[in-house]
Every structure is written in C-alpha cells, then in structure tokens.
Design a protein around this ligand. Structure first.
Ligand code: MRU
Length: 410
C-alpha cells in the first residue's frame, strides 16, 4: 500500500487530503468542501508539491460545483445556475482566486486554464460540470501513470550514463524536498525515480555485475523540512536505505565520498552519482524552479564530473509561455515558517513527553530565533539550465544539444 495524499470519492463527490503539516507525527485527513477550502489547504501547505496542489485545486472546483448544482448549497457564493454565462463569469473569478494561492508551481495554473477552456466550450450547466469533473479525475489518474513513466525514463537515463562510463557496483543518489507520493497522486517524480531505481536494484542485486542503487541522501530542506518530515517518512515506509542530512552538509558529503574518506563516519561508501530533484515550473530553455536549496545543489554537482544533475517533472509542470527562469515569480513565505518549528516535546533522554489518547505525538510549536527579526523566506529558487544534465518527463529523458540547449517541445 502506498501513501495517499489525496482521496477523492467519485460517486459521492467527496475530497479529503492528508494534512502534511502533521506528518510524520499524526495521520489526519481534512475535508475540502469548496474552492475556498482548496485555497486554504494549498496556501497553508496542508497539501503541497506541484502536482498535488493542481489535483486538489481542480477537485475543489468539482466539489464546489457539485454542491451548488446538485445539492443547492453554497448560496452565499452568488452563483447563478439559471444563467450559463453568469455562472461562467463567477467561476472564472473563483478560479483566479484559487490560482493566487501559490504562484510559483505552474501545475495549478495549467489545470485552471484547462478548466477555463472547458467552460468556453460548455453549452449547458450540466455539460460544464461533467467536463470539469472528467478532466479532474483524469488529471489525478494520469498523474500516477505518468510518474511511473518518469521513474522508468529516469532509470533509463541513469543506467545509460553509468554504462557510458563503464561504472559498475553500488552508487548513491541525493535528493531535496519531497517529490514522492505525498506530493503527487502516487509514486512521485524525483522520488519516483528513486523508487523505480530501488525496485530495479533489488532485482539485479549485489551479486550482479551491473550497477545498483544502495543508498539515498535526503536533504532536510529548511525551512519547512519537507525532507526530514516527508521524504524521510516515505523512504522509511518503503524501507529504502537512506540517511538524512542538513542542507549545508552536501558539499562536505560529496567531497568525503569522492575522496573515499572512511575516517568521516559515512553511512555508506557508495559514491553519489546523481542528484535528482523535482520541479515546480520548467520553462522553455530548461531553467527549473524548485524548492529553495536546489540551485546550490546544481552548483555542487557542476564541480564534480562524476555527478549528474537531473530534474524530473510531468508535462503539467512545463511552462512554454516563459522563455527563461528570470520570468518566474518566486513565492515568499511568512517569517514564522523560518523562525519556529513544530514537533513533539522531548525530555533530556530524548523520550517524547506527551502523546495523545491514540499514542500519537502531541505537537507544540517552538520558537527558534529572536522575536520580530527581519527574515527573507523565498520558497523556491531557479536552477539555470546550464547546470542541469537531464530533464526527465513521462515522455522521455532530455539531454542538451551541442550548443548546451534543451529542446522542450511536444
Ligand atoms: O513548497 P512545496 O513543498 O510545495 O515545494 C515542493 C517542491 O518544490 C517539489 O520539489 C515540487 O513541487 C515537485 S513535487 C513532485
């Protein structure tokens, strides 16, 4: 069984999301009953990850329309279901509001734009609702299929690169943020490649003469800790061998492995051959916006010819309307995400002090910095395409041409 970030009941038209603010301490689903709820869970990051945001956003539109059209509820939202043109106008306003929840990931914008196109074509309220529902269910279901394809294409790129340099034996990979089941409808993108690599490596086994994945390094991913809270949870759940590191350990880790420093207490001596990251938006020239900290990983990889840097994303993350990464709007997050942290209280022996009735850790928020200080908290950065070796999508893996350019076209 894999982790389910999003649950959608197709017959009762009910949507709920796993509250990712509580993971890994508690497992709680939250109902999403309108576009307003969708906006809130996305903005608060109870659901996060570019594909998951888009799916939840689109499903929230379906739920809202269902309650209005089928159940006659949500009258305060001022929809007029007797007049198709008025309904379309109101829905356009609601979609624009939804899109404003998180600006950097393009998937939600792409999804809402598709809904707008369906709206233009619809000649009745029922047709409009049915087509949006059909589109949203397909977005959800296709995402899983596409992630598995990304996993396969990523493995093909990786094993091809390894065989080009005649590399044999065990290797490690490094990743940042959470790009797994929790960020998608399942399997994941960058973490999907890790999952697929692990599945293939288990099959080939250590006795094989080929190369195989034996260790994963997960960056903690400050300030929101998607790496330590979510990726560590997923890797642990799947029993994939991994070590958690802080974001500022990467260059020392890479250098220690390259120089085979057995004296540094490394958890594995398998060299890091690939840094694999997800994306929130990849533009025409291949520049890639992803979680803050990604850019510095690409700079580190660029200093080591033995390490390739891979960006993995479905086509729903690709934005051919922007020529370069300079045009991407970077979301700024509130200061308190950086100056405080949520967790369980420990005693001096490291034992959790308080648990609730069902033995789940009781959460408290702890301040980490002085009060009222200046904070800069961009949620994402942009990795220039010159530092990316491959972009892996569900369709193929892309590499650069002799001019150093990616051709991102379908
Ligand atoms: O702020 P988040 O947690 O939504 O950021 C998520 C990322 O940056 C992911 O790497 C990206 O969305 C790809 S998820 C498959």
């Amino acid at each position: 069984m894999s982790l389910e970030a999003i649950k959608f009941d197709k017959s009762d038209i009910k949507l709920s999301i796993l509250d990712q603010l509580l993971i890994p301490y508690q497992t709680k689903y939250v109902d999403v009953k309108s576009i307003g709820d969708g906006y809130d869970v996305i903005k608060k990051m109870q659901v996060r990850g570019a594909p998951a945001i888009a799916i939840v956003g689109c499903f929230s539109v379906v739920v809202e329309l269902y309650r209005i059209i089928e159940l006659g509820e949500l009258t305060s939202l001022r929809y007029n279901i007797q007049d198709l043109e008025e309904l379309k106008e109101r829905l356009t306003q609601r979609l624009d509001f939804l899109i404003s929840s998180r600006p950097t990931a393009v998937n939600l914008l792409n999804g809402c734009n598709e809904i707008k196109e369906l709206m233009v074509k619809a000649s009745s309220v029922r047709e409009l609702y049915n087509s949006i529902k059909e589109f949203s269910v397909k977005l959800f279901e296709d995402d899983l299929v596409n992630n598995k394809r990304i996993g396969d294409n990523g493995c093909d790129y990786i094993f091809n690169e390894l065989s080009k340099e005649n590399f044999k034996g065990e290797f490690s990979v490094l990743t940042i943020c959470n790009t797994g089941s929790l960020a998608t409808s399942g399997h994941g993108t960058a973490l999907g490649i890790v999952r697929s690599l692990w599945a293939r490596s288990k099959l080939s086994g250590a006795e094989s003469s080929e190369s195989w994945l034996s260790h994963v390094y997960a960056c903690e991913t400050r300030p929101y800790n998607q790496g330590s809270r979510l990726t560590a949870y997923e890797l642990d759940y799947e029993k994939i061998p991994f070590s958690l590191i802080t974001d500022n350990m990467v260059s020392f880790l890479v250098d220690s492995l390259v120089n085979e420093r057995k004296d540094r207490g490394l958890p594995s001596l398998a060299p890091i051959k690939f840094i694999i990251v997800g994306a929130d938006r990849i533009v025409k020239n291949g520049d890639l916006a992803n979680k803050i900290g990604t850019f510095q990983l690409s700079l580190i990889a660029s200093q080591y010819p033995s390490i390739k840097f891979i960006g993995a994303a479905p086509w729903t993350t690709i934005d051919l309307n922007k020529d370069s990464g300079d045009e991407i709007v970077i979301e700024q997050r509130p200061a308190n995400e950086l100056t405080s942290v949520m967790g369980g209280e420990l005693d001096e022996t490291g034992t959790v002090l308080q648990k609730d009735a069902s033995s789940k850790i009781k959460l408290t928020k702890v301040k980490l910095a002085p009060m009222d200080i200046s904070v800069w908290n961009p949620a994402f950065d942009v990795t220039p395409h010159k530092f990316i070796d491959s972009i892996v999508t569900e369709e193929s893996y892309l590499t650069k041409d002799s001019q150093g350019s990616f051709t991102l076209a379908r």
